[in-house]
Design a protein around this ligand. Sequence first.
Ligand code: ADP
Ligand code: ZN
Length: 744
Amino acid sequence: MDKPADAGALLSVIERHWGYRTLRPLQAEAMQAALSGRDSLVVLPTGGGKSLCYQAPAVLQGGTTVVISPLIALMKDQVDGLQACGVPAAQIDSSLSSGQRSAYEMDLMQGAVRLLFVSPERMALPDFCAVLRRVGVKTFAIDEAHCISHWGHDFRPEYRQLGRIKELFPGASVHGYTATATEKVRADICRQLNLKDPLVLVGNFDRPNLSYRILPRQNLEQQILEIIGRHQGEAGIIYCLRRRDVDDVTAILRARGHQALGYHAGMDPAERKRVQDEFAAERCDLIVATVAFGMGIDRSNIRFIIHAAMPKSIEHYQQETGRAGRDGLEAECILLHSGADAVSWRAILEKSAQENEVDPDFLPNALRHMNDLDKYCRGAVCRHKALVNYFGQQYDPPIPPLVKGGLGGCAACDICLGDTEPIPDAVVVAQKILSCVARVQERFGVNHVISVLRGENTERVRNLQHDQLSTYGLLKEYDKTEIRDWIFQLIGQDALKQEGDEYPVLKLTELSWQVMRKQRTVRLLRPARRPSAERAGRSRADTESWEGVDRGLFDELRGFRRSLAEERGVPPYVIMSDATLRELARLRPSNSDRLRLVYGIGARKIDDFGDPLLRAIVAYCERGGLTMDVVPAPTAPPKPPKEAAMNASRALAFSQFRTGAAVEDVMHQTGRSRSTIMDYLCDFIRREKPASIAAWIAPDLYARIVAAITQHGSDRLKPLFVALGEQVDYHDIRLVIAHWTRNG
Ligand code: ADP
Ligand code: ZN
């Protein structure tokens, strides 16, 4: 297929099977590559929707797409999920009997399988490849493609042979999918897979629905209990550094009546599998684990991630927090940080370097990664911004900073929400700390410096005669944890450093002297004095996505979903996502026409379990006297974007639209995708109100869409899409709405 596939046809396939009516960023482009047979590498963050990029084209295109995936558990979830959406999918793995295997191969030969999931090892079997050749497989999708690169953080030797696919299947296209961001790994993946002129798509690494908080670890037990307390009945993972910590925290939680399960690599495999299954089936919502837990966990409604200690690197932090909120709803990520974490990591890494045969780069590399994260934790910059910048991208804050009393930026991190505040006399405090380090002649560690600054009357201080120093007692009004925190904040800003492995001592730096000479300022933060409601863990996304939702009904529907899932032996989230449950509990449909309008409900699901679902909703609403068939509040008219946000390609597109240029031409001129240009066009119509849009929408189509709008209103797109026989592109509907509501 050379010409771009019809975007409308693709959207209606997605609508029919998955019940989604819009695409996430870059999905359209990624799907187009799969449809047109151009090799591609798609880099989207966890939860970005990579799977749909190969699943939907496979359905539209017909034939069989082979998906290579590293873990059997991951494959099984996907196969279950696809079957629930009415997509013929299968997996061939070593757990099948030879009878089952030949049955599947028969289905394959008859072209009855749209998506076939296999392990990389299976792709190395010549007999298996022969079967695939006979079937005429044209498309290969490689999940977790970074496993092919030894620069990545998860190299798997069995991935290496996937480089031969291009040679064994000369006519086929190969598509890699990964969440690993670095440039080096990306280039290596393309090379290792032998991709030919690949389209490389790199998504935005920001996850706006996650809120990030990095808080000083003070009383771990109390802090964890407090966080769990505000997530009653929701799913969360608590990550610990060591197996011992996992056992301790699990015991504490269980003693407090929380149904927590522990998970670490030291447990036997059967027990580990049981824990994973309990969590996936929503019979358990709370997992305490080492990083061993996560690969293969696809549960989409994880609402919080707690790091009881700092993880290994920013990449790990991004990946582990990325497991939260994959359904796009709000989720909270809290890292409880302490200066001791970096010290523990150093010890762990050095031990591991000594005990294992590692290449000489290992230790310096690992320490550098760990230090980057340590700096991130101590930093005073918006967490969303710092993360995205680390991955080499720009961050556009949704709220301009410094409005409304300092709230601004992402409105979803400790810095922007004001959990911490700068202390007014930071430079003076810093000077006191630094001169104390100078007075003890850069020969003592953090604890002793704190003792001196606080004017403690201990034997050690007296013996060393440090009670005679001019800096003795200079910060006596502050407590230990506060001073310790500032010392580490100074280290984070390179205004102080630690040296020595066994007994690290504080040393001054170039910058220390500049601060002491008042040639430089520094910033020191402390926890905000008056925590606001906003700081109790509720971000903006949170309040918005619960608006109008009946929580009782939501819980009831979770139960409905769980029993349906148990009946079918699949995880609940493959049946419906939490976002769909909330929409159901908000709109409370009483019949199948209304049900069709709900996000995430496609025709297949209505046939499958629409009736019992409606019965459950109706029964609940009647019991509680709740109104049903709620008409959603019209979405506020989109605000015209700020003039400043008008970037170059948009400006170019606008000038073209003024001459009535066709969408394809503008795509060509700007190098932007169709969906971006259609968004520009929609915006253009809203802002410039052209008298006619006949250049982009034929008059008879325009009339049909207007007829549908008069009947169904223009607040929601899906009813219009349905009324138009599911044949009209969503973009076209949006254009007409924009024009008609402005001029009509
Ligand atoms: P990734 O593999 O990139 O981590 P997934 O493919 O698992 O992400 O997708 C995360 C979740 O988002 C899944 O529940 C998926 O069904 C959902 N999703 C994907 N694309 C869309 C879309 N266009 N609209 C709504 N939900 C989507
Ligand atoms: Zn922020």
